[in-house]
Unconditional design. Sequence first.
Length: 324
Amino acid sequence: MKFSQLLICVLILTGCTPSILRYSPSQIIAKDRNFIVLRVGNEDTRSLARRYLGDETRYWVIEDANQPNPIKKGQEIIIPLNVENPTGIEFAGYQTVPILCYHRFGGRSDRMEVTPAEFRKQMEYLKENDYRVIPLKHLLGFLKGEQQLPRRAVVLTIDDGHRSIFKEAFPVLKEYGYPATVFVYSDYINNGGLKTAEISAMKKSGLISIQPHSKSHSNLTVRQAGESRRQYQRRVRQEISVPNEKLVKHLGERPRFYAYPFGDSNDLVIKELQANGMQLGLTVQKQSNAAFTYPYLLHRTMIFGDRDMQAFKKSLVTYRALRK
């Protein structure tokens, strides 16, 4: 007997079988153009998604299709091969996507400032309760009725551009691998707010999208004292175009999403967004978003530092049942 054969026998007898010998591949039981039925081997949902869906980041498709049962070895599961319901609208109700809105991070824990510890606690809650944090850009396909989203999808956004975003929130987001959109008003960049280098570093991480929140953070729906109609229109145009051009200069790509200062908008503001190629406009109206929500008046729920975890949990509405 060769030494290699003897070694394998010894390992088997001693219970030290190499992982290659313990590997049990998943077995396809049935298949058509819409579904695969298989018995799970030594594979997790990411490897199954990579093999059968061509993209491991779509692991949630497999998990959602087999809820509430966890995916484990020996279990028979189904893998959907096609998009089943991109709008999430069903007879009994419809899917909604909450967009959470943060501002500052620090030790004061006041209305507009969340402590780093509380922020980490909230991100851990999302992880432990099977919420899927998705990039804001994924809402585009959902709103067009083209892209299916995870059943418990959540979007994270942070407004204004305070430096605490980079110092306190960004490390936590990297730790959990959660994408987020940071909306900055351009007058604040390098002028008390985030520095250009910090913005660039966050963008390079692949997790953070930097988008405009106006030029000066003035309310775009209110005409200032002594401001003529024409002057007001010119100001609105600048509040949208100037931050766009500044972000193109700093980051090399044109923004597509816009968060309204104070969450306020009107027909003129929306018209200017469209003229500048913006595809989404975000308010701070507390509500989750269905596939039929108007893209230029998306709802967001503000997360306040003086509220408890119960308030945070209530903001995570991912399904709305219809009354019988």
